[in-house]
Design a protein around this ligand. Sequence first.
Ligand code: NAD
Length: 348
Amino acid sequence: MLEYNIDLSGKTILVTGAAGFIGSNLSKRLLSDFEGIKVIGIDSITDYYDVNLKYERLQEIESLSKDWTFIKGNIADKALIEQVFTEHSIDVVVNLAAQAGVRYSITNPDAYVESNLIGFYNILEACRHHEVEHLVYASSSSVYGSNKKVPYSTDDKVDNPVSLYAATKKSNELMAHAYSKLYNIPSTGLRFFTVYGPAGRPDMAYFGFTDKLVKGDTIKIFNYGNCKRDFTYIDDIVEGVVRVMRHAPEKRTGEDGLPIPPYKVYNIGNNQPENLLDFVSILQEELIRAGVLPADYDFEAHKELVPMQPGDVPVTYADTTPLEQDFGFKPSTPLREGLRKFAEWYIK
Ligand SMILES: NC(=O)c1ccc[n+]([C@@H]2O[C@H](COP(=O)([O-])OP(=O)(O)OC[C@H]3O[C@@H](n4cnc5c(N)ncnc54)[C@H](O)[C@@H]3O)[C@@H](O)[C@H]2O)c1
């Protein structure tokens, strides 16, 4: 196990994408768990999905603590980012702001270049000039492309992205490596594997399926249900991010007198791939249990098995051994438990 070398109490943390699914849950957790912490959230509130959900998440954080500051702004705006770092003397950054989604990158590539490349570059530059203690940033399981070997390991070659989204996430890891090497900025990238839970992203399959089933529409199950995914419950992701934030990779000098990059990348996934059809069956059972769907719902009549979509990959499944070894933690919330919480939130 690694020893924590950052005490988050009393620190100022910048969370980008703070109105997003993961960012909002992380902000709440930081504000409730660490004495004297200040959390600065930034988000441009993109309309990629319903902005009301983002404003609701922000309201919930706002009601929790006075040590919370929200800035509505774009991380691709370099002057704004410079101003935020200057005004708030940021100790730790968690960069979650991004244009997410694989399918949307096929029709809207500009959004990915702006948020994921220019925005991330601005964050790196600010970390460089303001001597941030640790930069933690979101990567994605999509960097594994259509790799055949599972479970996916951070030692695997990931040079063949199958979407622009994946290419931007891999680029983030490369850019972070260069900045860690050149400017000795401790950075940790986290490859998240399909995150789900209450107030999650409406663009994701479990949420979209629920909306459709409620309306009585038919849901399309891609690759005839033979997709396997690591579905990772939001609280597990937040727990992983908080642990990782507290250990910045050590600064060391190599034989050439230059920094050995203080740089790490971890997978953070459930390590237990679930078949999409089983996933959907559990979801349906839990939606009935929570009263979202009627007890006699004819599920068979509302599902259609269809082929793969461009950019999709058949199996994603994380090797989480390094995370376990270094942080003594791996996501473990059972799917039924997580979907139960989602269904109970949905009915409210
Ligand atoms: N949820 C998942 O399953 C998953 C899986 C892999 C990786 N990730 C990554 O994790 C991070 C968080 O994901 P999420 O699920 O919370 O997504 P999300 O879309 O709910 O949150 C991202 C937030 O970033 C904001 N944003 C986008 N571009 C911005 C910009 N230029 N400036 C400021 N704010 C901007 C959006 O308004 C949004 O609120 C993202 O980087 C995503 O790519 C998520």
